[in-house]
Design a binder for this molecule. Sequence first.
Ligand SMILES: *[C@@H]1O[C@H](CO)[C@@H](O)[C@H](O)[C@H]1NC(C)=O
Length: 470
Amino acid sequence: QILIKPSCNFELEAVEDVLPSLIEQGVTVLLMSKNSDTPGIQSFSDEVEKASDDPIPRSFRSHITFKSPAVYIYTSGTTGLPKAAVVNQNRILTALAVLSSNGVVSSDVFYLNLPLYHTAGFVVGFIGTIETGSTIILKRKFSASQFWDDCRKHNVTVIQYIGEVMRYLCCAPKKDNDKDHKVRLAIGNGIRAEIWKEFLNRFGNIQIREFYASTEGNVGFLNYVGKIGAIGRVHFFHQKLFPYTLVKYDTERDEPVRDANGLCIESRKGEPGLLVSKITNLAPFSGYAQNEEQTERKRLHNVLKKGDLYFNTGDLMRIDKDNFIYFQDRVGDTFRWKGENVATTEVSDILTICDCLKEANVYGVQVPGHEGRIGMAAVTLKKEVQFDGRKIYNHVVSCLPSYARPRFIRMQSTVEVTGTFKQMKVKLVEMGFDPGRIQDPLYILDDNAKSYVPLTAQIYHAIISGSTKL
Ligand SMILES: *[C@@H]1O[C@H](CO)[C@@H](O)[C@H](O)[C@H]1NC(C)=O
């Protein structure tokens, strides 16, 4: 079935173009309005009004088990191209319990401004409010300047965040009424320790419940005790139920370190390691819909014993001497920018479609004062062509969402590869985008000029000092 919004003429036209073939394939097309002028497209709203208020007959769901797929959630994951993660009923039930297990009750007013196509916003937030019977205030798009006014207007008591949200709120100009609100609880993930402290200082006594989970992963943590910076704590029973561990990771080769017997090596206390979690009946990994290759890439064999099987979270963690767990970094083929995962292979595939570019090695670089990493590409040109900043700009803007566009381009004569032809990223990431350190020509995406323009020392310093915002 395809459901179309009536306000979106563009969508309607696109569907009308292919309507005969859709009908031939047995696809029902519905328009979210009371009537439809297009033969073959049915109206939806009047059908909803006609529908009975009675509970849906049990027979409709008699075949559903804990393992049945509940939703597919589009994720760029930690490796490769975007794919549809299969989220089964059991996972939905676990994730929607985040709100109730943190004491959200029906009298609460929950403010949600995260996208509903991600697990955090949709399952934890949206379905969580249905389950707790609380009131939900949905915001189409996050706005730092409207955030607290919205909270005051709707008497919001619980907010959901990602790290960037908390940083933006702390970076907004201070106001006298910063502490004037009824928010008592903030639930989310990705807040950094320094922002956490600043947030409490500035906005008052709000409990922060930081959790860790991924759409397709089979292990999660929740920091119940408010330990600043941690995502949770090692707990004996939790670890018995969900056997997980941290193993040493070689970031240069982009794989776990193996001993002479081919097994992984557990990290010591205080050392960073890759979080892996045993795949069991209780902690299954449902994989990606119709994508066995990507599913297999997330499975790690022979971890602590020959023949065992773990889920590779792709996240580096650290456990301190008091057993608190801290998120360190994400490995491999993705980085995060503005709260979105960017799949480097996807961006590099798109860049190399551009006429003048031969190869592109995409990675994320850190910028002071920003969460995550911003996109950068080391590229080589095809023979006998010039760098055409305008052409690359147009291509990138039409093919990639803004968070995924490489902000910096570094032109190289060759792209370095490892022995297994994996592109070398670690050195490039470390060198960043400082024209003072890098001999290769550097360019920056300039939305005013609608082109990639040379990255001068002046522009560089404006970014580092924070006077130019990215
Ligand atoms: C918020 O709370 C105040 C005081 O309790 C009340 O007067 C007001 O009507 C409430 N606003 C909403 C939108 O519920």
